[in-house]
Write a protein that binds this ligand. Structure first.
Ligand code: CA
Length: 362
């Protein structure tokens, strides 16, 4: 191409590019208010939401902005669902199981005891109908959900006294939301649901005897190791989904490209949060194992695990009989879970079992 022709082509290209940019971004700058059920300074989750806001602004060339409000800044930590449903705010970052009082089926979108692990649940949402039914049910509340992070396997929790057998759970007051709390209730525990920011004080003052939160990644930052000595692995949240949910009408009024940007940025945030949980769990577990804290790390005794699994199956059956929406979601899970479990058992589980613990050590 001669120079003259090149310049002409380049000029046409530049004009076309400018026109494209103008078409795409010549919108009035819009700012969305998104509220969190946790402090915006909370590592991984709060910081993940702040990262999302930055990413949306970058992707939209500044035509779409997101302002993040931490728990209780604009609305109470657990008031975000109602505020968003009514259109008082544009969106929220939280966990679906907090809303089981509105519809028991919502707890199944977070996680359920002895249920799917992270990669299994991701497949369920994207390809086995999970996301479709979640959106169908949230639409009744004028909401449209996206995934807002996956925590990976969660620890069973912190206890002020050791759990040596099922009998030790009787009468304990424990902060544990969702179906995990329902299961614990059948094992004699009194479950309570309090927001993250209030757990430490409740545990320190003995208002509660135990709490679960997430895993070493966040639990050590919360300081639970200072007020509870016994830390157990768990089965209650094997791969928990967080939500980034928008007011449906407000979302649908946004230009299509802004809707796509929110979806793309939420995907990025979702995987970023999951990856950071995995990373921080590995790092903070080392800190926990270093002997720096007076903490006993262990597993629940077998009788607790067996009773919990039995109670989980009872609850799933009972709720499926009692609640129509719960039955719809549970039926969907039942049609997929055994298949993905078979695959996981066939290769990933086998691989993890044979992986040499002495292989690549630092
Ligand atoms: Ca949890």
């Amino acid at each position: 191409m001669d120079r003259r022709k090149f310049l002409k082509t380049a000029a046409v290209g530049a004009t076309a590019s400018a026109a494209f940019t103008t078409n795409l971004y010549a919108k009035t700058t819009k700012t969305l208010k998104i509220c969190l059920s946790w402090p915006k300074t909370l590592p991984i989750m709060g910081e993940g939401a702040l990262w999302f806001a930055k990413r949306v602004e970058e992707l939209s060339g500044g035509s779409l902005k997101v302002k993040i409000f931490g728990a209780n800044e604009l609305v109470p930590a657990l008031g975000v669902f109602d505020a968003c449903s009514k259109g008082l705010i544009d969106g929220f970052h939280s966990g679906p199981y907090y809303w089981k009082g509105k519809n028991m089926a919502f707890s199944l979108f977070s996680a359920f005891p002895f249920g799917m692990v992270s990669d299994e649940v991701e497949a369920w949402f994207d390809f086995a109908g999970g996301m479709d039914i979640w959106r169908e049910l949230y639409a009744r509340y004028n909401l449209i959900p996206f995934r807002g992070g996956n925590t990976g396997n969660q620890m069973g929790g912190w206890f002020r006294k050791p759990i040596k057998s099922l009998a030790d759970l009787k009468g304990l007051k424990m902060r544990i939301p969702g179906l995990g709390g329902e299961v614990m209730a059948r094992l004699g525990v009194k479950p309570v649901n309090i927001p993250g920011g209030e757990i430490y004080t409740a545990l320190e003052r003995g208002v509660i005897d135990a709490t679960e939160w997430v895993g070493p990644s966040l639990d050590l930052i919360m300081g639970f190791q200072k007020v509870a000595k016994y830390y157990y692995t768990g089965w209650h949240e094997p791969g928990t989904i967080l939500e980034l949910t928008f007011n449906k009408k407000k979302f649908e009024r946004l230009p299509k490209e802004h809707q796509a940007i929110l979806e793309a940025a939420s995907r990025e945030m979702h995987s970023r949060i999951f990856n950071e949980f995995q990373y921080q769990n590995a790092i903070k577990l080392q800190e926990l194992l270093s002997g720096k804290y007076d903490v006993v790390l262990g597993n629940f005794p077998d009788d607790v695990n067996e009773a919990a699994k039995k109670a989980t199956q009872e609850i799933l059956n009972e709720y499926a009989n009692k609640y129509k929406d719960f039955a719809m979601v549970y039926d969907n899970i039942k049609s997929f879970f055994p298949k993905i479990r078979k695959w996981t058992d066939t290769l990933p589980k086998w691989y993890l079992d044979i992986r040499d613990k002495g292989f690549i050590v630092d």
